[in-house]
Design a protein around this ligand. Structure first.
Ligand SMILES: Cc1ncc(COP(=O)(O)O)c(C=O)c1O
Length: 373
């Protein structure tokens, strides 16, 4: 049996009539940039998340950049974040001349360790940017409370992996000053290219981000601030609109698959990323911890089980970033980076496939023991 890591083709086939019709409509009206689907999608996402404003943008990376620009982050500022994330999170901070201040992660969720956050705040802290990793929201009430105690520092949720997840009954992307998500094809809500969105309930920030998205333009050819070329294509908005038709069902399925994996792996004593009681992960990735990862990945591949590592090297150890901080100042991030391994995940992952993945992981671990734990 060969199991896809993510079954995008199966998802397309299930939604083919709606996706095709939506794309055809764009081809018919021809408004490829800022066509009616752009605002339609933003309205749908405002309703979905509960945020007052949604602004679609050209990628998750651009969403983070635009959010930081709207907050006025500039050279000499500091932005607190996690080193255990995709590089875009820190990249946008450095692009603006600011410094990423890395705070270590929790060993069980791999999300930023909120108990270490306060000690990292300085007079230069301009924003706090936690990541809701693997689709599980961070402890946002606690982060917001710390930010408020220190003079209302703005909090940006990097929700690139967590669109559709919930924290204490509230939707990810609507948990802090600004939420940023990605519609990269493999994300829980993905388009067929690059795409993303920023969310806020602050009117001034929404205006700033809407203008920054289009070269800082307040009205045609009047550029009141420096911006970027950051629009999301109408065609990509059309794809996401079609995918929203069964997104609730897909989120439910992802949670079912995640919970079934949890039960099965717990029974086999396989360590996995832990989900906290007060939040619902959307399982952008299903991730376990294992030693001898390379050997296990190779053997799983031989059994038709694809795997991936998110992420093998924390950002404070990356060549382009390590001069910005001490390479060993976030020991948990360095430790989990050597252990994490993601398994096939998606709303269409059937019982038979899931059982095969669990059987192979547990069986191979036993045959390779005692080095695997
Ligand atoms: C945590 C995180 N932040 C930012 C991004 C960037 O999103 P995009 O690829 O849409 O630019 C990603 C994408 O993988 C991500 O996982």
């Amino acid at each position: 049996m060969s199991i896809p890591f993510i079954d995008l083709k199966g998802q397309y086939l299930a939604l083919k009539p709606s996706i095709d019709a939506r794309i055809q409509r764009v081809l018919d009206h021809g408004q490829y940039i800022m066509g009616p689907e752009v605002r339609e999608l933003e309205e749908r996402l405002e309703t979905y998340t509960g945020a007052r404003y949604c602004i679609t943008v050209s990628s998750g990376t651009e969403a983070l950049l635009i959010a930081l620009m709207a907050l006025g982050v500039k050279a000499g500022d500091e932005v607190i974040t996690t080193p255990f994330t995709f590089v875009a999170t820190a990249e946008v901070i450095v692009l603006l001349g600011a410094k990423p201040v890395f705070v270590d992660v929790e060993p069980d969720t791999c999300n930023i360790d909120v108990s270490l956050l306060e000690a990292a705040i300085t007079p230069k802290t301009k924003a706090i940017m936690p990541v809701s990793l693997y689709g599980q929201p961070v402890d946002m009430d606690e982060i917001n409370a710390i930010a408020n105690r220190h003079g209302n520092i703005p909090v940006i949720e990097d929700a690139a992996q967590s669109f559709g997840a919930e924290y204490k009954g509230r939707k990810s992307c609507n948990l802090s000053t600004i939420g940023c998500t990605s519609f990269f094809p493999s994300k829980p809500l993905g388009c067929y290219g690059d795409g993303g969105a920023v969310f806020t309930s602050d009117e001034d920030l929404a205006k700033a981000m809407r203008e920054i998205r289009v070269h800082g333009q307040e009205r045609r050819y009047v550029h009141t601030r420096v911006g970027v070329g950051g629009r999301m294509d109408t065609l990509q908005c059309a794809v996401v609109l079609a995918k929203l038709e069964r997104f609730d069902w897909e989120v439910e399925q992802r949670i079912n698959v995640g919970n079934r994996y949890n039960q099965r792996f717990d029974a086999f004593g396989v360590r996995r990323v832990v989900q906290r009681q007060d939040r619902t992960s959307v399982f952008a990735q299903y991730t376990i911890f294992t030693e001898d990862r390379d050997a296990l990945q190779e053997r799983l591949s031989g059994h038709g089980v694809p795997t991936a590592v998110h992420y093998p090297v924390p950002l404070n150890e990356q060549p382009a970033y390590k001069h910005l901080c001490c390479p060993d100042c976030t020991p948990e991030a360095s430790r989990v980076a050597k252990l994490v391994m993601s398994l096939p995940m998606g709303p269409g992952l059937g019982d038979e496939e899931l059982s095969a993945v669990v059987r192979h992981v547990a069986g191979l671990r036993n045959s390779m023991s005692p080095r695997i734990s």
